[in-house]
Design a protein around this ligand. Structure first.
Ligand SMILES: Nc1ncnc2c1ncn2[C@@H]1O[C@H](COP(=O)(O)OP(=O)(O)O)[C@@H](O)[C@H]1O
Ligand SMILES: [Mg+2]
Length: 585
């Protein structure tokens, strides 16, 4: 409930919210009708009680008493069935709406560009899919039903009160707004105080975590007293915040209890006076008290609902914000192309957009060509823009200026699906999905045969290792499975690339995280992989790029030197310096 949603905005959100009911409208109507009937059922008791006391008992009409008792029993039986329907199908409705929303959100997130995932961390995205939608769906199934129900009950009870005696009804009618106003204000204050104490307990936890993980240093420096003092400070802040929230809670509960009790008292005194004066009968008086009692439950529901609506709207607004984020770029009229040919970067400029929409230029006019089947290497100090160049080719980010084409086709003219099907990327960090080794190699090429998969693994030099595992290719990897070394993971990602078999290959520091020995072993697989493919390779160790057809030295978003290994060494510039340095190693 942090950022409140403004009125006008809410008006726009409501139709959008209800559009999610459309596929389930029959269930929704069923739910509303049943809730309505439950409220109607509840109206009977005071009315029948009144008749019994006013009429049947004084007139000794035992037959009618029995008849009405049977009618009531029947009404209660029906109400029980209705309550079951609302309890079951009403929640099913909410769950279905929640499921639809979550699915829409998940699909949408999958279409978002890389930049979205740079800005938002996994935990934040998860909380949006899980927590926000939970609040929204709570509102989706309780909201309309509770609102409808409570309004019906309140209006119904007020009408009944009016029928008994308009003056009595008026007293109640004047009293209710004060009560509601107090309830909403006090609850709001209470929620805010609880939010605050939740923040404080998070601080206490952080403090404990930091102290406990640093306890060895604390002991080594005899700093226990300092730690205790720091802890006492946050703990005291927590105690204060928690006490404040309980004070707010106490005030809410105390106030509500007073408002309830005074309503009874007023009803009793006012009704008693009218009864005393002979304006109403004893039975009317009883029915009046019963209807006043009946009024309190829906009023309490309305107060809770008010809060649920606020949370739900905040959640739904966040949901809409995310749904409205534009998906990744796709051309309006995509062309077909086999994208097999020279890669040409022509005066390409690019800058990552920061949160404020501005950007700092990372690539300042990059031009180069990778001839079909050849290899171009990018080298240079870190932060120069090599990875960025690699990201522009599969359109992970959209270039700002200049042109990038493959085989004469501008990469912006083909669908991402086509473009990415023609490019394999092997980067430094390998991500393995939870699942078997087979699933991971087949990732992205699920239609390939077992023989092709094994062949790819052999070429990536991982087959022999897999064969030593008890379950072979069915061995689970990741959290629940075997722990693979960096080199083994990298081989799996190379196997993926072999299996995909695309014309274009990007190797971005594929071996940089590995030790020299492993790098040497993997290098042969990489050389085989780049055989016959148009390859862009970024490498840290120059020994691995010596044989490239052209080497580009990237510094600060520009290409500062270019040529073959021998040419660059002869040039005596940055490359030659780096090479001499590494050679000395
Ligand atoms: N996702 C990103 N968002 C914003 N800035 C980035 C992002 N990735 C890289 N940068 C910045 O772009 C510059 C070039 O980075 P990068 O292409 O990764 O360099 P290299 O691969 O040559 O080490 C660096 O200044 C880096 O901080
Ligand atoms: Mg990099």
């Amino acid at each position: 409930m942090t950022a409140r949603t403004r009125g006008g905005e809410v008006m726009k959100l409501i139709p959008r919210f209800f559009s999610y009911y459309r596929p389930h409208r029959r269930l929704f109507i069923l739910d509303l009708i049943c809730s309505f009937l439950i409220s109607v059922c509840n109206m009977f008791y005071p009315m029948i009680a009144r008749n019994i006391m006013n009429d049947y008992v004084p007139n000794q009409n035992l037959r009618l008493l029995v008849v009405w008792a049977i009618v009531m029993a029947a009404i209660y039986a029906v109400k029980s069935v209705l309550t079951y329907i609302v309890g079951y199908w009403g929640h099913v409705l909410g769950v279905r709406i929640q499921g639809d929303m979550r699915r829409a959100l998940f699909r949408h997130i999958e279409t978002l560009p890389f930049s979205y995932f740079d800005e938002n961390k996994t935990g934040g995205i998860m909380s949006r899919i899980v927590n926000d939608l939970f609040e929204v769906s709570e509102l989706a199934h309780h909201g309309p039903e509770d609102l409808f129900n409570s309004l019906i009950s309140v209006v119904g009870a007020l009408v009944m009160l009016c029928l008994i005696n308009p003056w009595l009804a008026l007293i109640v009618l004047i009293y209710i707004p004060f009560m509601l106003f107090f309830a909403i204000k006090a609850r709001d204050r209470m929620n805010r105080a609880f939010d605050e104490s939740r923040k404080k307990i998070a601080e206490v936890n952080a403090e404990i975590e930091s102290s406990v993980s640093g306890v060895r240093i604390t002991k080594a420096y005899n700093a226990e007293a300092t730690e205790t003092k720091k802890f006492d400070a946050v703990n005291a802040r927590f105690k204060k915040a928690r006490s404040d929230s309980y004070r707010a809670m106490g005030m809410f509960q105390g106030g509500m209890s007073a408002f309830n009790d005074f309503l009874y008292l007023i009803a009793l005194v006012a009704g008693g006076l009218l009864f005393y004066k002979g304006v109403i009968s004893g039975a009317d008086f009883t029915a009046f008290i019963l209807y006043v009692t009946m009024l309190l439950t829906p009023l309490r529901t309305l107060v809770t609902l008010f809060e649920q609506i606020q949370d739900g709207i905040t959640g739904f607004r966040r949901f809409c914000d995310l749904m409205d984020r534009p998906p990744e770029y796709e051309p309006e009229h995509p062309v077909e192309s086999d994208l097999d040919g020279d890669i040409v970067f022509d005066d390409v400029t690019f800058g990552y957009k920061n949160a404020e929409g501005g950007d700092t230029e990372v690539l300042k006019g990059i031009s180069f060509t990778v001839k079909k089947g050849e290899t171009v290497a990018l080298v240079g100090s870190s932060g120069g823009g090599k990875t960025t160049i690699c990201h522009l080719l599969p359109r992970f980010y959209l270039r700002d200026g200049g042109a990038i084409s493959i085989g004469g086709t501008d990469i912006n003219d083909v669908t991402s699906e086509l473009l990415r099907s023609k490019i394999a990327v092997v980067a430094q960090d390998v991500f393995l999905f939870a699942g078997s080794i087979r699933d991971n190699i087949l990732y992205g090429s699920p239609d390939k045969s077992e023989a092709e998969m094994v062949m790819a693994a052999k070429r990536a030099n991982i087959h022999d290792y897999v064969m030593t595992l008890p379950n072979g290719y069915d061995t689970e990897v990741g959290e629940r499975g075997v722990r693979l070394s960096g080199g083994q993971k990298q081989r799996i990602s190379i196997a993926r690339a072999f299996l995909k078999d695309p014309p274009v290959l990007i190797l971005d520091e594929a071996t940089s995280a590995l030790d020299n020995m492993t790098e040497m072993q993997i290098q042969s697989a990489l050389s085989e992989l780049s055989e016959g493919r148009t390859t862009l390779v970024v490498a840290h160790r120059l020994s691995t790029v010596k044989n490239a057809d052209e080497i580009l030295v990237v510094t600060d978003g520009n290409i500062s030197e270019r040529g073959t290994h021998d040419e660059l060494v002869a040039l005596g510039g940055l490359y030659a310096e780096l090479y001499r340095y590494q050679f000395r190693e």
